[in-house]
Design a protein around this ligand. Structure first.
Ligand code: GLA
Length: 457
């Protein structure tokens, strides 16, 4: 498979995986696929939980991806099968696409992508499709397997319905339509899935969406390790609670500075309105917000809104039960992390002699902030990060949403073998469950290419 397609559409030689999937498609549906689509997962190197606040992030695509076969028909149905028997077959009428937020099944992520394309183009009669999906991204591990599925579905729906879009446009559609599942993520995962290029990490900026190459220093590799605690962000409210806390902090800071707070929703907008540095935003957070959690009453009183307005305008469907909000801690994390992303990029750009140490330090600060201020780590992930640092990494941090899933570590190339051995021994070997998961849980990753439609050569 070509892994660095310059365009959204490219050709593919039938390698072993493609051939296997083609056979599965023929067996299931009695005909050959018309085309294939794939979308990669990602690892975020730095910039956690700040994309939905409007700040830039720094991920790279990984080699693991979702690959799908597609045949098109006029039967008026979408038929899905998955090579993983854990994910059951699913058929739905094109005229009756519904996404059940209370039951985040695998195929609903696919339907998010379908719906995003349908609504963008106002397609009244969707093409019927038959697909077999094959995923190599470990699920619920912070490597964006769900967004890759949304992106893959959006892309193949676009192609099956003879539409075309730029990478930026389809990334934006897929970021929005993933909200149908109920999680209010930012646009990082979908943007890197489409805009990745082999060999380079990307600084992803929002409003407008842009992906800028970031050359990672020679002499170090990035290793991903899974703490083996699964986190399905659509099945819990942790993620949306953080989104809501950031939204309320935005309003409180804006109000304190006499801005038109009702039209501001993201922490980055407050900085833009005030035209101050991230350092000054940190001071503002200390000055305006207290560290004790805010009650609903206090928020309503400060903003001059009713409890009903708080529920409808600021809380999401799955955060209606929350009584207290940690605004100071969350806002400090966001502004601090936004600053670290810029520092990380600038070190990569200027390549000082001590690049690797500087980048490692930033990653360690990021993890501490995620753990202490944003509280999106968990004991197993903290233990894994500690083990990675003791095993020779210069920096190690949780990656993705957190509360489980993976850590990413920066390891000097010459220490890579001893690092893997030490992490294996200290983290995976003592626990038989982790030992069986080790092969797909501990691996080195280089920046991979972005999503594409593949036509067989
Ligand atoms: C999930 C979301 C992203 C981002 C990360 C945390 O992956 O989909 O948009 O918010 O969590 O950085």
């Amino acid at each position: 498979m070509t892994t660095n397609p310059p365009k959204l559409k490219t050709t593919v030689a039938a390698n072993e995986r493609v051939q296997k999937l083609k056979n599965a498609h023929e067996q299931k549906y009695g005909k050959s696929p018309l085309f294939y689509a794939y979308a990669p997962g990602r690892v975020n190197l730095i910039g956690e939980h700040i994309d939905y606040c409007g700040y830039s992030v720094l991920p790279m695509a990984i080699e693991q991806n979702i690959l799908a076969t597609v045949s098109v028909n006029d039967a008026g149905t979408i038929q899905l099968a998955n090579t993983n028997p854990h994910y059951k077959d699913f058929t739905v009428s094109c005229a009756d696409i519904k996404i059940d937020r209370d039951d985040p099944q695998w195929y609903y992520y696919f339907l998010c992508g379908v719906k995003g394309i349908q609504e963008n183009f106002g397609i009244s009669h969707l093409a019927g499709m038959q697909c077999v999906l094959d995923g190599t991204i470990p699920p619920s591990s912070g490597l964006s397997s769900s967004s890759a599925l949304v992106c893959c579905a959006g892309l193949l729906t676009m192609e099956a319905n003879n539409k075309s879009l730029s990478k930026v446009a389809i990334a934006e559609i897929c970021a929005k339509c993933e909200h149908y599942i109920g999680t209010e993520g930012g646009g990082m995962d979908q943007s890197i899935s489409f805009m990745a290029e082999e060999g380079t990490a990307k600084l992803i900026e929002f409003n407008p969406l842009r992906a800028i190459d970031v050359k990672l220093p020679d002499g170090a590799v990035f290793v991903i390790s899974n703490c083996c605690v699964e986190m399905n962000k659509a099945a819990s409210s942790h993620f949306n609670i953080r989104v809501v806390e950031c939204r309320i902090a935005t309003k409180m800071l804006a109000k304190a500075r006499n801005l038109e707070w009702s039209r501001l929703f993201k922490l980055a907008q407050v900085q833009a309105e005030l035209k101050v540095s991230l350092g000054e935003m940190l001071s503002l957070v200390d000055e305006v917000l207290h560290t004790e959690p805010y009650s609903r009453e206090e928020i309503c009183k400060t903003l001059g809104i009713t409890p009903e307005e708080l529920c409808t305008d600021l809380l999401s469907a799955n955060t209606q039960h929350v009584t207290h909000f940690k605004l100071h801690q969350r806002a400090r994390h966001v502004y601090g992390e936004a600053e670290r992303v810029l520092q990380f990029e600038s070190v990569c750009d200027s390549e000082p002699a001590e690049s690797i140490q500087l980048l490692g330090d930033l990653m360690n600060q990021s993890h501490a902030s995620c753990r202490n201020l944003y509280e999106c780590s968990c004991p197993e992930l903290d233990q894994l990060v500690d083990i990675c640092l003791k095993s020779g990494a210069v920096g190690s941090r949780l990656t993705g949403a957190g509360w489980g899933g993976c850590a990413v570590s920066m390891v000097p190339t010459e220490k890579m073998d001893s690092f893997l051995q030490a992490v294996r021994k200290a983290f995976y070997a003592p626990d038989p469950r982790k030992t069986t998961m080790e092969k797909q849980s501990l691996f080195m990753s280089k920046p991979g290419g972005g999503a594409a439609i593949l036509i067989e050569e």
